[in-house]
Write a protein that binds this ligand. Structure first.
Ligand SMILES: [Zn+2]
Length: 318
């Protein structure tokens, strides 16, 4: 994030802020966040209240929605394979949803990237029996204290059991429940740890947080993300899907190529609008005031990342 936005914010660590709504309200950049209390507490509170919705997709693959990022589930005799683990506050309701799919134990967990709304549940999923696979940078960020400026939050190292033990750099393949699974690194995009997960026979791809379907995405510059990286990852996604592919976004409803194309157009249009304003010498606040996202706000501006915040994220990268 640009120093302009966050220069007056105290750098409190996770322990100091956790459980203290007052501190969170006092230090969140209110003008930028959709909710006054800050993004991380908002996400955890939402997960604590949410019902977990279950959507069967194709073959033996389903998705669970309601606790942080969308959780992909592949069932079968080798045990359940999960893509991402949501927030720990939702453990009992996630287990209930998983048990309603089948009685197989959980044996594999794949992480799309390191962010807490996709990995907070890693420890309990591992304790339940899962081996964890991810990009090497997910292992790196979960192993140490990691600051996310855009969330005004510092995460402590994750517990040992939460840290992926099978890691890769470019690509990783596995076979599970008769399904060929391919994990592929995007390069720096939303973070520097994003991977896609393809279920080949079912023609389903989980694209993690490179796609927030119908909502402005967060971009984590603190750990290697950028607007141009997001656009590059989205172009990659568009190249590898067809009109028949089921696309699981990191956040938002299950989507398809048409929705992903609209999202790519939104990203590139706003990127170009913001870059033009910045080139004219406009400050961040002048750029936000010029409303470079206006054409998309009714459709994309209704979730965690409001138009001003998204403009600031794009401004940081052009
Ligand atoms: Zn994320």
């Amino acid at each position: 994030m640009n120093n302009l936005d966050l220069s007056n914010l105290s750098r409190r660590n996770f322990i100091a802020v956790a459980g203290s709504a007052v501190a969170a309200v006092a230090f969140a950049p209110r003008c930028l966040f959709a909710q006054n209390k800050g993004i991380v507490p908002t996400m955890i509170d939402d997960a604590a209240k949410a019902t977990i919705k279950r959507y069967p997709l194709r073959r033996n693959i389903s998705v669970l929605e309601g606790s942080g990022g969308n959780i992909g589930v592949l069932t079968g005799k080798n045990g359940k394979l999960l893509v991402d683990s949501g927030f720990t506050v939702s453990k009992l309701r996630i287990l209930e949803a998983l048990n309603s799919l089948s009685s197989d134990p959980i044996t594999q967990l794949l992480n799309t990237h390191w962010h807490t709304d996709h990995t907070d549940g890693n420890a309990w999923v591992h304790a339940a029996g899962a081996k964890i696979t991810a990009h090497v940078n997910t292992q790196k960020h979960l192993s140490t204290s990691t600051r996310v400026e855009g969330w005004n939050w510092t995460f402590p190292p994750a517990p040992t059991g939460a840290i992926p033990t099978v890691v890769f750099d470019k690509e990783h393949r596995l076979q599970h429940n008769g399904t060929n699974i391919r994990m592929k690194y995007y390069g720096p995009a939303h973070t520097d740890s994003d991977v896609s997960v393809v279920f080949e026979e079912a023609d389903i791809i989980h694209v993690g947080d490179t796609w927030w379907n119908g909502i402005y995405p967060f971009i984590d510059y603190s750990t290697g993300g950028s607007i141009d990286g997001m656009i590059g990852a989205t172009e990659h996604n568009l190249r590898v899907v067809t009109d028949k592919t089921i696309i699981i976004p990191g956040h938002g409803p299950i989507g398809n190529k048409a929705g992903l194309t609209d999202y790519r157009d939104m990203l590139t249009t706003i990127r170009n609008n913001v870059a033009a304003l910045k080139k004219q010498g406009k400050s961040l606040s002048e750029t936000v005031a010029a409303k470079p996202t206006a054409a998309y706000d009714a459709k994309y501006g209704q979730f965690l990342i409001n138009p001003g915040f998204f403009t600031a994220l794009v401004y940081s990268g052009v």
